[in-house]
Ligand binder design. Structure first.
Ligand code: GLA
Ligand code: ZN
Length: 696
């Protein structure tokens, strides 16, 4: 279990966002605050990129500007999320101490520019960033309305400098203890890599183990450990700053804004204990990403054991960073914001409150445009949403999601699978996870996205796509799920390697072989576009799914065949299987705990089924447990539930492009309109419609 969440003390869904008034004259601030009033904005995030004006040189701090900004927020009665201002370096720092600049994968030491680019191992960066956080916390701890601390900004990237190399060696020494153990972990006899001294270890980059970029490495163990180390090095930066804050403020919750997608370089699960609450920035890559957004929301909620998270950033209209930057269509901002709340967000915040004057984000959308107008479509939508959130009050604050399904997400498996040779480079871990999540979302299941170390006790169904690496007691805990009558769903490429990324010296899928009741003898793969028709058969009918990319050749050892390949030399052999577990089959199985003495099931999908195929399998698994939701057959209608103190609020969100009629799943009152809804009545949903039903 992660350390318990500590959430900002707010009385309603916090609403507002990043506010950088240092970019415009004082009189504009008054317009800003007048507009905030119109939009029911109660929260501003201040100082994210303030380092260069807070510390004009190494020995001087100057809080004049930030004081004024904070004072204005306090005078306006706003809640403040205060940054430690370390999201971007000041020029003098990079100039005076070149070591703070990162060295890239090609081995080039960068010079001053951009942001989010400090070397995490630089002693100078570590000292000065913590010192800045310390000064800021010392000065502003206790500020009225200060609800949260915001450390850094969107941690990510990597550095390959000498300081990082030294840090890596220290981290390895700590992890492995002896050089023999290191050699064993990295299987260093392969290609004559036996190290005899820690000093011989260099960073894995284009100059050493890699060719064709960061995913092609001669030694996966080295590269995997470097990914782990980088994530930990940045976590240490976060911890340094948090410790500085805690010297002056023992209470106010501390977070950092993660990136969605999710982001490969940072193992959010390993960071989770250090966060008081999770937060993230939602910039979906396209307009039809509702399942992906839901996945990341559920993942953020999973970081702190199901506690609410904050939506720290989203754009009210356009982004600036893409080649093409379409506006959010009418109603979409509202829909996506309520989706965040539906999945557990206790804040809806924007980047940014007023549009930047210059530089690369000058066209990025904002609550207020350059002219400061409050009669634009974007502002009107922001203000209307602000009014709704204000009217909702504390109705769902702190409420949790009653999920019976867990989706396992594992950064180690992600890294290990994507840096490995010999399989299929076109398979991407997040895409596989998303395919399974989308099918769960589609079926209307409430899902917790959890690490493999999470307790599975609360779940009927555990879906663990592409669990390439099996660590610790994960296998036995998955066995426990089926032993008590639950279901486990896994896929190809699972159970391949141990925590060191070395192959299990057993049949594939290693420690999961008994669970799934099979062995994988060969792994065929094909280029994108090449398909093999897989016929799926079971209660509820038959479906032919075009499978692609990966085709494992499965030998059942107890499992029943659910789907078979239709082509190639393995036509007729199993592509999807289901292992039924009676208590006797399961190591440590406890039949008496299985509901109604029912056996559990472990489903294995040995190939890259298309979406329809994944949906077919997922529905069958959910069906067993009565977990297919009431709107499962209405495309793009989402149901998400939050509960608190026995009160249940359900959110019905229509992401589709056409109106739809559905039968209401429950009786209650729509908190947005006050309208009574009776179970079974026809709910007419226009595109982007939202119903927030306080159930009877
Ligand atoms: C990120 C950053 C912000 C801003 C936005 C623009 O989320 O945290 O500073 O650059 O992107 O989309
Ligand atoms: Zn470095």
């Amino acid at each position: 279990m992660p350390t318990p969440a500590r959430l900002p003390a707010t009385t309603r869904i916090a609403y507002g966002g990043d506010y950088n008034p240092e970019q415009w004259p004082r009189h504009v601030w008054e317009e800003d605050y007048a507009a905030f009033g119109l939009a029911s904005v109660d929260t501003v995030t201040l100082g994210v990129f303030a380092w260069s004006y807070l510390q004009p040189d190494e020995d001087t701090y100057d809080f004049t500007r930030l004081d004024a900004i904070v004072e204005r927020a306090v005078a306006g009665g706003r809640q403040i999320v205060l940054a430690t201002a370390t999201g971007a370096l000041p020029p003098w720092l990079a100039h005076r101490h070149p070591e703070v600049n990162r060295t890239d994968f090609e081995g080039r030491r960068h010079v001053y520019g951009q942001r989010h680019n400090a070397c995490p191992s630089s002693p100078v960066f570590r000292r000065l960033s913590a010192a800045l956080a310390d000064r800021i916390a010392e000065r502003y701890a206790g500020t009225p309305g200060l609800v949260a601390w915001h450390v850094g900004n969107e941690y990510g990237g990597a550095c390959y400098c000498e300081n990082c190399a030294a840090g890596f060696r220290d981290w390895l020494r700590e992890r492995y203890g002896t050089i023999e153990r290191l050699n064993d972990a990295w299987n260093a006899t392969f290609w004559s890599h036996l190290f005899s001294d820690w000093e011989q270890v260099v960073v894995p980059n284009a100059l050493s183990e890699h060719w064709r970029g960061p995913d092609h490495t001669a030694f996966q163990g080295i590269t995997l450990d470097y990914l782990r180390f980088m994530s930990e090095a940045m976590r240490q930066n976060f911890r340094d700053e948090k410790a500085a804050i805690r010297r002056h403020d023992a209470e106010t919750p501390v977070t950092t804004n993660f990136m969605g997608a999710p982001f490969r370089g940072i193992d959010y699960h390993r960071w989770a204990d250090d966060l008081d609450f999770a937060s993230w920035d939602n910039y979906p890559p396209g307009p039809r990403e509702h399942a992906r957004m839901a996945l990341v929301h559920d993942q953020m909620r999973g970081l702190k054991g199901g506690a609410p998270f904050w939506l720290m950033e989203q754009t009210p209209s356009i982004t600036a960073s893409r080649d093409v930057n379409p506006v959010k269509r009418p109603g979409v901002l509202r829909l996506w914001s309520w989706q965040a709340v539906a999945h557990g967000a206790d804040a809806v915040l924007y980047f940014q409150m007023r549009q930047s004057k210059g530089a690369c984000e000058k066209y990025h959308g904002a609550v207020l445009d350059h002219a400061g107008r409050t009669d634009t479509r974007a502002f009107r939508e922001v203000a209307a949403l602000g009014g709704e959130l204000e009217a909702l009050g504390d109705a769902v604050l702190g409420a949790r999601t009653p999920a019976r399904v867990a989706l396992v997400f594992d950064w180690d498996s992600w890294w290990a699978a994507e840096i490995t040779d010999g399989l299929n480079r076109h398979v991407k871990y997040p895409a596989v996870v998303l395919a399974y999540y989308r099918a769960l979302w589609d079926a209307g299941a409430q899902v917790d996205v959890v690490p493999c170390t999470a307790s599975f006790d609360a779940y009927d169904v555990v879906v663990a796509p592409l669990l390439h690496m099996v660590k610790g007691d994960t296998a036995s805990r998955l066995h426990d799920v089926v032993a008590r009558g639950g279901s486990v769903l896994g896929t190809f490429w699972s159970g391949r390697v141990d925590e060191d990324d070395n192959a299990f010296l057993t049949d594939v899928p290693g420690p999961l072989a008994g669970l799934f009741g099979l062995r994988v003898e060969e792994t065929d793969s094909a280029a994108p576009g090449v398909t093999n028709p897989v016929t799926l058969k079971g209660d509820g009918g038959e479906l032919v799914s075009d499978a692609s990319l990966v085709f494992e050749l499965v030998v059942p050892e107890g499992a029943d065949v659910v789907g078979t390949y239709g082509a190639d030399f393995y036509a007729g052999t199993p592509a999807v299987t289901r292992m039924r577990h009676g208590a006797g089959d399961v190591p440590g199985g406890r039949a008496e705990e299985a509901p109604g003495g029912r056996a559990g099931e472990a489903w294995y999908v040995a190939t890259g089924l298309d979406d329809a195929g994944v949906r077919w399998v997922v529905r069958r698994v959910l069906d067993r447990h009565g977990l297919v939701g009431p709107y499962a057959d209405a495309a793009d209608v989402e149901l998400a539930v939050r509960e608190r103190d026995g009160e249940r609020t359900s959110f019905v969100l229509h992401h589709g492009l056409e109106p739809v009629d559905v039968a209401a799943h429950a009786s209650g009152v729509d908190l947005l309109t006050g309208r009574r809804v009776t179970q079974g009545e026809t709910l007419h949903l226009e595109p982007t419609d939202v119903v927030v039903l306080r159930e009877d």
